[in-house]
Design a protein around this ligand. Structure first.
Ligand SMILES: Cc1ncc(COP(=O)(O)O)c(C=O)c1O
Length: 475
């Protein structure tokens, strides 16, 4: 595992030849620093400060966390408490440093505390924390988003991904005058009532609440279908009185683990929605600016009616955005009758972080090629290790989003994801943690590579996977 690191050593790390200009060669990466900086420490390194702080956190916060998956329920053990991050690394309060493949659940495509992003936020803070009125960076961010996503004629900024999807769907209803929604099982679109819904007894029946507190009357307006099943969507849309305002999906699903769209699935969803007058909403909160600068819609060549963004678009600060066809967006207040508002929407600090991140990505387009190469190396390494150690595990990956599924079959939807060996995933998670790699603590989450990973860090990941699978094969 990776090593306890003293504050001075962390300070040294921060001074390493570094990042962060807007030129390609200045992009922040690990740059082969892993072997120089890190030493192997015992796998069972104690984490007394994390344990004490987490015990304290449980006194004050439900489950000791501000968002449930952070509690490690899916993998067992105690969550870590983190003190700092720099580039591809994250350091816990006990001083252990890990290669971070969570990246704050996706936003940190440039790695932690990218100096230019941090500087932009500091400068913005000195100008004022919030105006509750339009500020110049906000306009620039909307322009950047529109440049990357040609399907977004107009953009509304909000404060989270949840707010973006919730608002986009209200707009879809207001625009079409219809009331029902379609989502796909295993896709997560935030925690608003109408989207915390699971399938009812049949594919075309009403949905049922997927959380206590969601009224059945609300869930009934959402139909849930299996991901990658365009035939089910066709049957639903063709049924009399289906009344579907919108079909929302993650074009590459990241919230049941990484599940790519089957060949032709997105195209058929596009055709069917157009044919039946329902709006197609791409939830690109995770995939936007991640799979390509223009997100999954650029990668797969699909033009949705509405797009939802979050995560990278705020560069690590709270933000969300939705937008799309001009005729649809003109229904949003103050132009139209669909109400949606926010005190901190377009917050200057979030906008400064997002704008700087997007500009760095646009000016360094080779980042996406590098991320693809790193992902491909990791995938090849996994295949070799899995064969060598005889462990049935496969990596599903699109670009820099990936999941290790403990199965020997492809995972195409949530039912198949549920058949995988999640206990084996838990062992894998802890084995990787012991080797200095911090993964999402659930098989039903995607891991993210960052542009801050250098070649040595990718090698370190491959070695950690190999060591962990060898250990799993032995026990
Ligand atoms: C695809 C997708 N949509 C929406 C959301 C909700 O975003 P937020 O957590 O910012 O509310 C998430 C969060 O993980 C997500 O992955």
């Amino acid at each position: 595992m990776k090593p306890a690191r003293s504050p001075e050593r962390l300070a040294n790390l921060r001074r390493l030849p570094g990042p962060v200009g807007t030129q390609a060669e200045e992009i922040p990466r690990g740059r082969g620093t892993a072997s120089k900086i890190l030493e192997v420490v015992p796998i069972s390194a104690p984490r007394p400060l994390s344990a004490a702080l987490y015990a304290e956190a449980r006194q004050h916060m439900p489950g000791g966390v501000s968002s449930p998956v952070r509690a490690f329920a899916a993998v067992g053990g105690e969550p870590l408490v983190f003190a700092s991050g720099a580039g591809p690394w994250i350091t816990d309060v006990d001083g252990h440093t890990y290669l971070d493949l969570v990246g704050s659940w996706g936003p940190l495509i440039l790695g932690h505390a990218h100096p230019q992003v941090v500087e932009a936020v500091c400068q913005a803070a000195r100008r004022g924390l919030s105006f509750g009125a339009t500020c110049p960076d906000e306009i620039e961010l909307a322009r950047e988003i529109r440049g990357a996503f040609p399907a977004m004629d107009l953009v509304r900024l909000v404060s989270s991904g949840t707010e973006a999807t919730m608002s986009a769907l209200r707009l879809a209803r207001g625009f079409t005058g219809r009331s029902r929604l379609v989502k796909f099982e295993g896709c997560y679109h935030g925690h608003s009532d109408g989207l915390l819904v699971k399938a009812g007894s049949g594919a075309t029946t009403f949905g049922t609440p997927d959380s206590a507190g969601v009224p059945a009357e609300v869930a009934r307006h959402t139909v849930t279908l299996p991901f990658n099943d365009a035939d089910a969507l066709e049957r639903l849309l063709a049924s009399p009185g289906s009344d579907i305002a919108a079909v929302i999906l993650e074009p590459v699903a990241g919230n049941m683990g990484l599940v790519p769209p089957a060949e032709g699935f997105l195209q058929r969803v596009r055709e069917l929605t157009r044919q039946h007058g329902a709006l197609l909403v791409f939830d690109e909160v995770m995939t936007g600016f991640r799979l390509a600068f223009g997100g999954a819609q650029e990668l797969y060549g699909i033009r949705p009616d509405l797009t939802c963004l979050g995560k990278i678009v705020g560069g690590g600060m709270p933000i969300g955005a939705y937008g799309g066809r001009r005729d649809v967006m003109e229904h949003v207040a103050p132009l139209g009758p669909v109400y949606q508002a926010g005190t901190l929407s377009g917050n200057p600090l979030s906008v400064a972080a997002g704008l700087t991140t997007l500009r760095l990505l646009r000016q360094n387009a080779e980042i996406y090629r590098r991320l693809e190469e790193a992902g491909a190396r990791l995938e090849a390494g996994l295949q070799q290790s899995a064969r060598r150690h005889g462990v049935p595990v496969r990596m599903q990956r699109v670009g820099s989003m990936l999941t290790w599924f403990f199965t020997d079959r492809p995972v195409r939807n949530l039912s198949e994801a549920r058949t995988c060996d999640t206990r084996a995933f838990g062992r894998f998670f802890h084995g990787m943690l012991a080797r200095g790699v911090y993964l999402p603590p659930s098989q039903f989450e995607a891991a993210f590579l960052s542009a801050a990973l250098g070649e040595a860090e990718v090698e370190q990941l491959i070695e950690a996977v190999d060591g962990t699978l060898a250990e799993m094969a032995r026990s």
